[in-house]
Ligand binder design. Structure first.
Ligand SMILES: *Cc1c(COP(=O)(O)O)cnc(C)c1O
Length: 344
């Protein structure tokens, strides 16, 4: 095998889902947009449905079509981008629930698909999706008369429990939904961890299912083992990689491994990154190139056959830190060349 192996532990995802459901004490959906953050939406969603998940969320209608094929009829599939122009037939055929973002979307939906289920998205301050308070007060009575299945909003700063924005958005959401008898949802992973005031009727975790922060107690989900193509001796003073960016200070052994930035191991992480050989950490040296990365393995007792980037020793968030980004971006960048193995 010359490509790296990405192992995805479906039972770990299920454990994380149950742990978050247990904290929330509310109906717990699963956000499987972007192919379940790169881990395979069809397998992840089927596994979670078998554990009892009944509500799934995707970003766009096209993702919902593929998910419906994987899940069959039964579970609800909601679409964050709502009912976009040209989506009516897709929404109807795949029985998707658009989360309506504006008056325009509302009109489009009731004209094209009268009686078809929908939810409503309100803007409580993030200014990204959903109806603003003024638009909502104008539309509210008409929208409620059409029997929405859910009213939701999204928190901008939930990964920081001390941020004043959390409470401000919660208060805005309460104001906009006062006296309404429709199930409500405000929280993704971060909001679940803010406490019971943020849970409402339904929570929508994504990254926490996949082992990422801010769910600090998440069980790790992904392992990435990258095979070594060759190991060479490098004399003191010789250089390694593009732009001669690393110079050996001592006689060294350098392993060249079979993955690079084309596989989502972003170039920016180069100088700070490390890999693992069993328990031992070894530094990435030189530039990350498209298909290859060089690693200083001088201190290992014997030349490795493969090195691990993600696993028990190193989380997606640790790797994200090497490149000054977030675990979400590392997960969703994981490349299509990997040999993906789903374990239960
Ligand atoms: C992506 C997303 C989620 C899931 O967020 P996580 O931080 O990954 O848990 C929930 N709700 C909305 C509206 C989203 O866009």
């Amino acid at each position: 095998m010359s490509t790296a192996t990405l192992t995805i532990d479906l039972d770990a995802i299920a454990s994380n889902w149950r742990a978050l459901a247990n904290i929330a004490q509310a109906e717990t959906g699963a956000v499987v947009k972007a192919d379940a953050y790169g881990l395979g939406a069809d397998r992840v969603a089927r596994h979670l449905a078998a554990q009892g998940a009944r509500q799934f969320f995707v970003a766009v209608a096209e993702e919902g079509v593929a998910l419906r094929r994987a899940l069959g009829s039964g579970p609800s599939i909601s679409v964050f981008s709502g009912h976009m122009d040209g989506d009516a037939e897709t929404i109807r055929a795949a029985s998707l629930t658009p989360l309506i973002n504006s008056l325009d979307q509302m009109l489009r939906h009731v004209e094209a698909l009268p009686g078809h289920p929908f939810g409503l998205q309100l803007d409580s301050g993030m200014n990204r999706l959903g109806m603003e308070p003024a638009e909502w007060s104008a539309l509210r009575d008409i929208a409620l008369a059409q029997n929405p299945t859910l009213i939701m909003s999204h928190l901008a700063c939930a990964d920081d429990p001390n941020h004043a924005m959390n409470e401000a958005q919660r208060a805005a959401f309460d104001d906009m939904t006062a006296g309404i008898d429709v199930p409500r949802s405000l929280s993704a992973t971060g909001g679940i961890l803010l406490g019971a005031d943020y849970h409402y009727d339904l929570v929508r975790p994504g990254v926490g299912l996949y082992g990422g922060l801010p769910f600090i107690d998440a069980i790790p989900v992904v392992t990435l083992d990258i095979p070594v193509v060759q190991v060479r001796d490098v004399a003191a003073g010789e250089t390694v990689g593009y732009a001669n960016s690393w110079t050996a200070k001592r006689p060294s052994q350098v392993a060249t491994i079979s993955a690079g930035y084309a596989d989502g191991l972003i170039r920016a992480m180069g100088p700070k990154a490390q890999m693992h050989a069993g328990d031992m950490a070894v530094p990435v040296i030189g530039r990350v190139s498209m298909d290859l990365i060089t690693v200083d393995v001088t201190d290992l007792p014997e030349p490795p056959k493969s090195l691990q980037l993600l696993g028990l020793h190193q989380s997606v968030d640790t790797v994200a830190g090497f490149a000054d980004t977030i675990g979400y971006e590392i997960l969703t960048s994981l490349g299509s060349r990997y040999n993906r193995v789903w374990r239960t």
